[in-house]
Design a protein around this ligand. Structure first.
Ligand SMILES: [Zn+2]
Length: 342
């Protein structure tokens, strides 16, 4: 607060000298030391001032939320020391937040220190919420029934808030492997200049599927959920992403976003295929998942294999590199499209 006051006083002093040349619209502020009197200072501090402020001041450890909102805190010219991260809490005022029943956890937002490209990738290590199966949430925000079967049958209006996940043939839990994969993916993304929101970065994170989705909607630019399929097969069937079934493509927010979900999913599957990873069938399977029913950013569930798939660090690292290649290509294309439409 003191820093902000000093900055404002500085701007005030400058405004006397320059006659508010840089300002378009003055605002009135009460002088806290002199009740009743009104002083006039120049309008808000512009981006250059913020960048200078960031250059000369450490980030405020008392207010980690300050930088976490994608609409206010994301500035390409911000600088972060290597290894910088901040906790992000769940905000009950977010859209669809009240559909979540488990949201007392805290996510971690990691910031790239070099080659920053101003994109936050939401990474969700699937499963890993104790007690998640005993609570239920609505499959769809409009409370219509689920259209495909799976862990929860078609026709159900509610499903477990988050399931426990499967076990690999060697006994390792899916939740442990998705967490390891998320860590490896995070490290590669940070090296490439992407910021990373890990919605789960420990064994047990108290966030259900809706909370994880809503968090990515509001803090990240996209959401990638990592899974291995619990299909009961004894051979490695390969990778695929979960696409949105046709029956719910008219339901919001699916109607507005399913094409972006597909684009993200297809890019990642293409990158895995290019590096020789086995792809299941056409590379996607239409399943009615809670995640995509609530996503308002490009969002996919990617199944990187099943219980029979190798999941050692070397395999996971190789897959992480492929995913990062896909993400990099996608955002390079998006940047080009933005430039050509300007
Ligand atoms: Zn899973």
């Amino acid at each position: 607060m003191k820093k902000i006051l000093l900055t404002l006083l500085g701007v005030f002093a400058l405004s006397i000298l320059t006659g508010c040349a840089a300002s378009s619209k003055p605002v009135q502020m009460k002088n806290p030391d002199d009740e009743g009197d009104i002083i006039i200072v120049c309008k808000d501090i512009n981006d250059e001032d913020i960048s200078e402020f960031n250059d000369t001041n450490e980030s405020d450890p008392e207010d980690p939320q300050k930088d976490s909102d994608k609409n206010t805190g994301k500035k390409a010219d911000k600088k972060y020391p290597p290894g910088y991260s901040e906790d992000v809490e769940f905000d009950p005022s977010w859209e669809y937040a009240d559909y979540s029943v488990i949201n007392s956890g805290s996510a971690k937002l990691y910031r790239a220190s070099d080659n920053r490209n101003d994109v936050i990738i939401g990474v969700n290590a699937g499963h890993g919420t104790k007690g998640g199966e005993s609570k239920k949430t609505y499959c769809h925000p409009d409370k219509t029934p689920k259209v495909t079967g799976g862990t929860t049958q078609a026709g159900a209006v509610m499903a477990p808030a988050i399931s426990g996940g499967m076990r690999f043939a060697d006994g390792t839990t899916e939740a442990a492997v998705t967490l390891r994969m998320a860590e490896l993916l995070r490290d590669e993304l940070l090296t490439e200049g992407f910021d990373v929101l890990l919605v789960r970065d420990e064994e047990d994170e108290q966030f259900d599927n809706i909370a994880r989705t809503v968090m990515c909607n509001n803090v990240a630019d996209c959401m990638i959920s990592l899974h291995w399929d619990g299909d009961g097969l004894t051979y490695d069937k390969g990778c695929f992403y979960v696409s949105v079934p046709d029956q719910i493509k008219d339901m919001e927010p699916v109607a507005s976003f399913w094409q972006e979900h597909d684009r993200l999913g297809q890019t990642l599957i293409d990158a895995l295929a290019e590096r020789g990873y086995k792809i299941n069938g056409s590379g996607h399977m239409a399943i009615d998942l809670t995640q995509m029913s609530y996503s308002t950013v490009p969002s996919i569930d990617i199944e990187l294999g099943n219980a029979a798939s190798p999941h050692d660090d070397a395999t996971l690292s190789g897959m992480a590199s492929a995913l990062v290649q896909g993400i990099r290509e996608l955002y390079t294309d998006i940047e080009k499209e933005k430039d050509s439409s300007d």
